[in-house]
Write a protein that binds this ligand. Structure first.
Ligand code: C2E
Ligand code: MG
Ligand code: MG
Length: 732
């Protein structure tokens, strides 16, 4: 029976009016009055319901007025109800799951600890039994929280703000003095800075670390912490520093022997929002010296704070010995060497530190993340089952994926990944590492940002590739490489206007022709791409020189040059020299730029491209529309021609999407004075569709297959054999 179904004036009035209405109704129907008394049970029920309703209303009002936050989470961890002391209606409408609420509340913890704490709290939630636990909410308040399971599986949570507990125990001045004394007694430098990086407070220990006086600001300290990293969750954290999880071993400028462990935590207003940072600086020099004295290698990589190779090795051996097995993942950053060479070691270090931070975020607290050296990282996940390997690789790729804003620009941060599982792929640490390395090599051969899981066939494939690499290194000296030419035709005037030179290799050692699809990755792996490009350049210029002004020869000969070579600023000078020596006009040689270059690293090759334009060599963007480059990239490239990719041409004339790409490309190119060539044209229908869209120049099997030079432009009888004398022999 509800407490509020006691007699009260409204209740009495309601009951009386129901009975009166019943009596009046029976009288008007001409029935005896005692018939009206049958309405009494209905009046009783209405009375009881009204009491219940009032009681619920009062209970709810009491919950809303309570000084603590009350909430109910459903069985599925979703927020069902909360009182006005929660984050309000917006939160209720968003219905965040408990995991999300906890993640936001525990943002101040380092990621690994945060994950562990979230798991612990979820377990507490599952067996809610009234035990109280402390937590800090997103606004920085400390709360004491108590949970109780409700009938039906939902859980009620009550939390009270305890941030101010104890404040009344000491006068403010006294407690501040006590706090200062504590900060001064700490064996670490403690440094509070505001949003602009200016010093707000520094203890004496900090001043001592800086040689007597605390710096006025972070920038004046000369301390370079990790550069500004976009962190959407805590974008308001100032000074380019990320929240509390940041910890790094650093040296002070001018005092390289001093090793400082620096930890950074945001300083948060009570109503939320960061207004600075607190840095704690711990002098690690005595510890490191002691470690060196005892001959024990340090366990951490000083730059990234990850486990170092020795720690990794110990973990790997332990995992290999353990019957529960686990997963070994090795990752090698793409583009690292070129970023380091081009932007300097500071940027290189920042890339490594950021990669380390992202890797740490995707593993369990018990996993070991280590830097094996250079740009190579490893993750050991002891006890993880082989069928979770792909998910781990996926998480790593996703975490590394976003480009890194640095020095006013953006750099890609992707990696190739090799994975091996214990015990299936190796019973000992060494065998496991070999397997993962093999998978990594396979991933690199497949291209950037790729993950490969070890399988037995990889060994054979790797041996075949090694053989190919060796044979290719010999191919230069043996004169096995040659250029075949594929003509480009003007469909309006029905004449050959140009040609593309394509590499061909008939290997004596391997006893077969090797396609560019196989040859180019082998050359890349053997580091022979620059040599191949230089061979192609000299050979093409020699061929053009041999043609002289013959009207039946192509007016321009295109060559394919790799990104590696285009990164070399001296390449343009070399091209100018080769052309001048052979007496060939620059406009007769065209350089085709690989299409994905546009998104991969335009700034890296921009100088070479500009210098090539100064030399007077036309540039073409190859395979346009086949991969990642889009029309906006074209605007940023100093190209004179776009070579429309075979995949677009293949969709013509029937595929409306291909036709739309074609029309848009031609329209944009025309407005920028760029010529469009259709590549891989095999049918009259494709040629016609291209022409209708305004693209008159085509290259493809419809016109001719790539062919030896002498077939495209037969030598004149008086010239005898060959063009311009001896064929070149390239040196590797
Ligand atoms: P690419 O530069 O786009 O060259 C065009 C490719 O398409 C050539 O393949 C050519 O034989 C093929 N092709 C031409 N017309 C048709 C057609 O109508 N149908 C079909 N299905 N294919 C057609 P190839 O010679 O196998 O070369 C493949 C790629 O290898 C080239 O694509 C280029 O990216 C690279 N490559 C070739 N030679 C060199 C070289 O000397 N140096 C460099 N760095 N890369 C080269
Ligand atoms: Mg090409
Ligand atoms: Mg192409």
């Amino acid at each position: 029976m509800p407490q509020y179904s006691r007699l009260s004036l409204p209740m009495i009035l309601l009951g009386a009016s129901l009975v009166a209405a019943a009596l009046l109704t029976t009288a008007s129907l001409g029935l005896p009055p005692w018939h009206g008394l049958a309405a009494l049970p209905a009046a009783g029920l209405a009375w009881w319901l009204a009491g219940l309703w009032q009681e619920l209303r009062l209970r709810r009002a009491a919950m809303e007025a309570a000084p603590w936050r009350a909430a109910i989470y459903g069985r599925d961890h979703g927020l069902v109800w909360q009182n006005g002391r929660g984050a309000g209606q917006a939160l209720l409408e968003a219905r965040p799951r408990l995991e999300q609420v906890l993640k936001a509340a525990l943002w101040h913890l380092p990621p690994a600890e945060r994950e562990a704490e979230i798991s612990r709290r979820l377990i507490l939630h599952e067996c809610a039994d009234g035990e109280a636990a402390e937590l800090r909410d997103a606004a920085g308040h400390w709360m004491r929280e108590c949970k109780r399971r409700l009938p039906g599986g939902a859980v009620a949570s009550f939390a009270i703000d305890i941030s101010y507990v104890g404040q009344g125990q000491a006068a403010p001045a006294e407690s501040e003095a006590r706090l200062r004394a504590l900060l001064e007694a700490a064996p670490a430098g403690i440094w509070q800075i505001d949003a602009q990086g200016r010093t707000v407070y520094a203890n004496t220990h900090l001043a001592r670390l800086f040689g007597g006086a605390a710096p006025e600001s972070l920038s004046a300290s000369g301390l370079t912490l990790t550069p500004a990293l976009p962190d959407p969750a805590h974008a308001e954290v100032p000074c380019g520093l990320s929240p509390g999880e940041r910890e790094a071993l650093l040296a002070l400028p001018g005092r390289p022997a001093l090793r400082l462990l620096v930890a950074v935590s945001p300083w948060v207003r009570s109503e939320g929002g960061a207004m600075g940072c607190v840095l704690s600086l711990l002098d690690m020099t005595p510890l490191e010296a002691a470690q060196e004295r005892t001959g024990r290698p340090a366990e951490r990589d000083p730059l990234t704070g990850l486990a170092n190779r020795a720690t990794f090795q110990a973990g790997l051996d332990a995992m290999a010995r353990d019957p529960a097995g686990g997963i070994l993942l090795v990752a090698d950053l793409d583009h690292f060497k070129s970023a380091n060479d081009r932007h300097g070691h500071g940027v290189g270090d920042a890339l490594l530190v950021e990669a380390a931070r992202r890797l740490r975020e995707v593993v369990r607290p018990s996993d070991i993340v280590s830097r094996l050296g250079g740009d190579e990282f490893a993750i050991l996940a002891p006890g993880a089952l082989p069928d979770t390997a792909a998910a781990l690789a996926g998480r790593v790729r996703e975490a590394l994926g976003p480009r890194l804003a640095i020095g006013g620009g953006e750099l890609p941060l992707t990696a190739c990944i090799g994975i091996a599982c214990a015990p299936a792929h190796g019973a000992e640490g060494e065998a496991l590492l070999r397997a993962a390395d093999l998978a990594l090599r396979e991933a690199k051969a497949q291209g950037r940002n790729t993950a490969v899981l070890f399988e037995a066939g990889l060994r054979e494939r790797s041996e075949r590739r090694a053989e190919l690499r060796e044979a290719f290194a010999e191919a230069f000296a043996a004169g096995e490489l040659e250029l075949h030419l594929q003509p480009q035709q003007d469909t309006g005037r029905q004449e050959m206007v140009g040609a593309e030179a394509l590499i061909r290799w008939n290997s004596r050692r391997l006893g077969r022709w090797i396609s560019p699809g196989e040859l180019i990755p082998a050359a890349g792996e053997a580091g022979l791409m620059p040599a191949l490009d230089r061979f192609v350049l000299r050979e093409a210029v020699r061929i053009i020189a041999g043609w002289g002004d013959r009207p039946d020869a192509p007016r321009v000969l295109g060559i394919n040059i790799s990104v590696t070579t285009l990164h070399d600023p001296a390449f343009a000078e070399e091209v100018a020299e080769v052309l001048a020596l052979a007496g060939v006009a620059p406009h007769r040689l065209e350089i085709e730029i690989p299409e994905d270059l546009a998104i991969r690293d335009l700034p890296g090759v921009a100088r070479t491209l500009a210098a090539l334009r100064v030399v007077g060599v036309p540039l073409a963007l190859d395979d346009f529309g086949g991969g990642h480059s889009g029309l906006p990239h074209v605007v940023r490239l100093p190209v004179q021609r776009l070579k429309l990719d075979r995949s677009i041409v293949a969709g013509l004339p029937d595929d409306p999407k291909s036709y739309a790409v074609l029309r848009a490309t031609v329209a944009l190119a025309r407005s920028m004075g760029i010529e469009v060539i259709g590549e891989g044209v095999e049918t009259q229908g494709q040629a016609f569709a291209l022409r209708r869209a305004g693209c008159n120049i085509i290259q493809g099997f419809l016109v001719a297959q790539p062919m030896p030079v002498e077939e495209l432009v037969p030598p004149l009888p008086e010239h005898g054999a060959g063009y311009g004398g001896q064929r070149l022999r390239a040196s590797a």
